[in-house]
Design a protein around this ligand. Structure first.
Ligand code: ADP
Length: 496
């Protein structure tokens, strides 16, 4: 059977000595790594002086890992530079925060070439290649230029903005049309796919009509939504156990009244400043809740090397101090703002304990915290999820309290509504949310993508799926399919 090459920026080689915490992508790909003969290639996480970088191959748990070091220059230009100072903000609709330099773009393209060269050393013609995320947009193009005809798929974990935003990115015409070198491009939601289609229509002269197939030279390229999920039942069991732990019991004992919980990496896309603003307005408007609700915002720091992150940290610290200073009492701390990471189990227990889960990013590809919160609830007495309309998860979770995170008064009102929601309504909403979660369990995600990439059923034997059968589009969970608008394009494309 063909090998599956997974390519991503970071590769976390399992290390039993250090008990490395499984990263998000590792959890998402767990079933794929188990079921297929996989090779995972990417950055080792190490930065070395020029001339001292190495590429190593490690076998662990039935998976081959090929990890390559970056030079200091690569790290600054490719990772901190173009990926995190240009692509991250722009793909999250934040043109105002992008800091473009040609030098960073050159570094980005250079590292993509380097990954392509490493891959080229080991790839066999029938191997499948699955590339992940915004760090590696031009990888297929670099491989094609090396004469590779393998099936290559790409999945974007973060949002794809509309062309009106994308075209403001300097050199977008070198990067976005490069996606046409993939055989399959997957996004988190239909909205993201539609945005990409609109870009191709407006910038590459492609007319918009056949469901998700694009004629590119002599190949067909497909586009589809593959929303990332979680291991729902496993997470529910974990939460049920965790809530009895010493840690969660001590938290419960220390909270007078209800707990509202926010869990996010410290990132400007997460809307934490506006969320604190909403909480403040809620406190201002609802004195009856003073002393009866505590908001725990758990926010491990990330990317502190980038200026915008440091500035946001200061803003949040100030708001947190103001809220506790204004409303707090010796016996009650309205806001507990914490900057450390917790284990999955501790988080699961906290989610279950929380009467309200508040997830209000300004923009997010999917948002797994929302899914984990729902999975963790006790179905007989569940908490309420407040969810931003601007996260991918909102497409599956219409039964959450959907809010506009830019409207702190409305979010403040939603906090009140969540806290006062009757048991019957909470149970009913949670039942529907949980059903949506089960419809789209992460165990099937990798195989859905690979099946679509190959045209073969990758879940069992290699059963061919005739192109006709697949032409209804991509197999997506029924719930998502119902809402699927799909888009289409034929036309042979002139590559950039
Ligand atoms: P992003 O990928 O942008 O960080 P997601 O919500 O999609 O956002 O995924 C975040 C993941 O990181 C979740 O699985 C969540 O459980 C985990 N996580 C977030 N905050 C913490 C924390 N304080 N400690 C440990 N894990 C965390």
């Amino acid at each position: 059977m063909a090998r599956v090459f997974i390519i991503s920026n970071r590769v976390a080689v399992p290390n039993p000595d250090r008990g490395v915490h499984a990263g998000g992508l590792e959890v998402a790909l767990k079933a794929t790594l188990r079921r297929h003969d996989c090779v995972w290639l990417g950055w080792s996480g190490e930065v070395k002086p020029e001339g001292e970088t190495q590429t190593r191959t490690v076998e662990a748990g039935g998976v081959t890992y090929i990890v390559t070091d970056l030079t200091e220059e690569d790290y600054e230009e490719y990772y901190n530079g173009f990926a995190n100072r240009v692509l991250w903000p722009i793909l999250h609709y934040r043109l105002d925060l992008a800091e473009f330099t040609r030098r960073d773009l050159t570094g980005y393209l250079r590292v993509n070439e380097h990954f392509a060269a490493e891959l080229d050393n080991v790839l066999e013609p029938d191997d499948l290649v699955w590339v992940h995320d915004y760090h590696l947009l031009p990888l297929a193009k670099a491989l094609r230029q090396r004469g590779r005809h393998n099936r290559i798929g790409f999945f974007l974990h973060i949002p794809m903005p509309p062309p009106e935003i994308l075209t403001a990115m300097p050199n977008h015409e070198r990067l976005i049309p490069a996606l046409l070198h993939y055989d399959l491009v997957g996004f988190q939601t239909d909205g993201d796919s539609q945005n990409f289609a609109r870009y191709l229509a407006s910038e590459c002269g492609m007319p918009a009509h056949i469901p998700r197939r694009i004629g590119v030279d002599d190949r067909t390229m497909r586009v589809g939504a593959f929303p990332v999920g979680i291991e729902t039942r496993e997470f529910t069991r974990r939460a049920r156990r965790a809530v009895r732990s010493e840690f969660v019991r001590s938290v419960r004992a220390s909270v007078p009244g209800a707990l509202m919980l926010g869990v996010d990496r410290l990132d400007y896309t997460k809307g934490i400043t506006l969320r604190l603003d909403a909480f403040e307005r809620f406190l201002m408007a609802n004195p009856k809740w003073h002393g009866k609700v505590s908001f725990a915002q758990i926010t491990p720091k990330s990317r502190s090397a980038i200026h915008e992150y440091a500035q946001m940290e200061r803003e949040i610290d100030t708001a947190a101090g103001r809220i506790n200073g204004t409303y707090g009492d010796v016996s009650w701390t309205p806001l507990r703002y914490v900057n450390r990471p917790y284990t999955r189990t501790a988080l699961a227990g906290l989610y279950r304990l929380a009467r309200v889960g508040i997830v209000t990013p300004l923009r997010d590809g999917m948002n797994l915290v929302a899914k984990e919160y729902v999975a963790a609830q006790d179905s007989t007495d569940p908490g309420v999820l407040i969810l931003s309309r601007f996260v991918g998860a909102a497409a599956e979770f219409e039964d959450a309290l959907i809010v506009n995170p830019y409207d702190p008064e409305a979010v403040g009102a939603a906090i009140c509504r969540a806290l006062e929601m009757p048991l019957e309504e909470r149970v009913e909403r949670h039942r529907k949310l949980y059903e949506a979660l089960c419809d789209n369990d992460i165990r099937h995600w990798g195989d859905r993508f690979l099946t679509e990439l190959t045209g073969y059923d990758m879940t069992g034997s290699l059963r061919p799926n005739s192109p006709r059968e697949a032409s209804g589009g991509i197999s997506v969970p029924a719930r998502i399919r119902r809402r699927s608008a799909g888009f289409s394009m034929t036309a042979s494309h002139h590559h950039s």
